[in-house]
Design a binder for this molecule. Structure first.
Ligand code: SF4
Length: 74
């Protein structure tokens, strides 16, 4: 994550979602606590680098529907 941010790439982290019929269907999704901790860490680094979803022109970071990460940028 830090390496990506350092070169200007927005690391759009989404929680794993198990899907029926796929090899990882039985894999548990990450806990809310883990995602909160990750998002806090990544969000702080994004803010520090001034790499913000609001400034994105397109893509997942602009859309934001699959991740709560943008909520942790401030
Ligand atoms: S809904 Fe938005 S965030 Fe999710 S995959 Fe599509 S573009 Fe990316």
């Amino acid at each position: 994550m830090r390496s990506l941010i350092d070169i200007g790439v927005y690391p759009f982290v989404v929680p794993f979602v198990p899907i029926v019929g796929t090899p990882l269907a039985q894999q548990a999704p990450p806990s809310s606590e883990l995602m909160f901790e990750l998002y806090q860490t990544i969000g702080a680094k994004l803010k520090q680098a001034n790499l913000l979803s609001a400034d994105m022109k397109a893509g997942c970071a602009k859309c934001g529907a699959c991740s709560a990460l943008s909520s942790f940028e401030d």
